[in-house]
Design a protein around this ligand. Structure first.
Ligand code: BTN
Length: 280
């Protein structure tokens, strides 16, 4: 059970739409964000999701004890033009990563571009950033964190698929805080920690400074120095050595031919960059 009074006091929350059980907090946030005239940010929060969505066609499984919520955020055009919206994904990823680090100081937490959060080898948090059709100034950020739910041995929970093809296949692995250190956590405290960190980074972004977020992101980047494989719709996969992110949040990848700046796409596999860049 969440302490809604405490959550309401967070800087990033003007209103809460709370549900014991819901299909998807992001579906609900998209619906409300499209018609609602109330104050923003709006937090859609649920104890349980029965039809959580991940990126693309993936599903997001969240058992009891997971944290699942979505925010409808206002992004004034003059402060955050749509061309910079991809940066929101990185802001959310680094904010969750830093919030979880405060809760689990000994955990090795990293962000996999653009915004999956990893604890060691396992994905502990997935984030879905979506624009609302017809709205130029509203963004929905959906966040799922494995907190008190057990995920080991469950295979992967995103769509029951393996990532990657060819010589760099990578089975997806999940992680949770309880499996990291055995400590059950109060979900309200975890949520407030994430919201406070997100509030801080969101303000930085709206004030026009992506550089501070980028610096924090670089310290947390899982892929820097690794050989990565990136799949993009309609084009051949890109394989190369990841050089981290640039000042716009794009992923820099050194291929056999050139350094590319990736704006969108899925990093389907990665491995230590100790061998030469394989051909695609
Ligand atoms: C991904 O890793 O593919 C993104 C997963 C996002 C899951 C969260 S859980 C809360 C919110 N509601 C959803 O249906 N999805 C997001």
């Amino acid at each position: 059970m969440f302490d809604l009074t405490r959550i309401e006091r967070c800087g990033l929350v003007a209103r809460i739409d709370y549900h014991e059980t819901i299909g998807s907090t992001s579906d609900r946030a998209m619906e409300l964000g499209a018609v609602d005239e109330g104050s923003l940010p709006l937090l859609v929060l649920a104890e349980r999701q029965t039809a959580g969505r991940g990126r693309g066609t993936n599903r997001w499984w969240s058992d009891e004890g997971a944290l699942t919520f979505s925010l409808v955020l206002e992004a004034p055009r003059e402060r955050l033009p749509p061309g910079r919206w991809p940066q929101v994904a990185l802001v959310a990823g680094v904010a969750v990563c830093e919030a979880l680090q405060s809760l689990a100081p000994r955990a090795e937490l990293r962000v996999k571009w653009p915004n999956d959060v990893y604890l060691g080898d396992g994905k502990i948090c997935g984030i879905l950033c979506e624009s609302i059709p017809g709205w130029q100034e509203r963004i929905v950020v959906g966040i799922g964190v494995n907190v008190n739910n057990r995920v080991q041995g469950s295979g992967f929970r995103e769509g029951d698929r393996e990532q990657g093809t060819g010589g760099m296949r990578q089975p997806l692995v999940a992680a949770s805080l309880i499996e990291h250190d055995g400590v059950p956590r109060e979900l309200t405290g975890v949520l407030v920690g994430v919201l406070d960190e997100l509030d801080r980074r969101w303000r930085e972004l709206l004030e026009g400074s992506f550089e501070e977020v980028a610096a924090a992101y670089r310290q947390r980047c899982l892929l820097t120095g690794k050989i990565v494989k990136i799949e993009q719709a309609g084009v051949s996969p890109i394989v190369g050595v990841c050089r981290g992110i640039d000042g716009f949040g794009r992923l820099r990848v050194q291929t056999e031919r050139a350094e590319e700046a990736i704006v969108s796409g899925a990093v389907v596999s990665w491995e230590d960059g100790t061998r030469s860049v394989p051909a695609t």
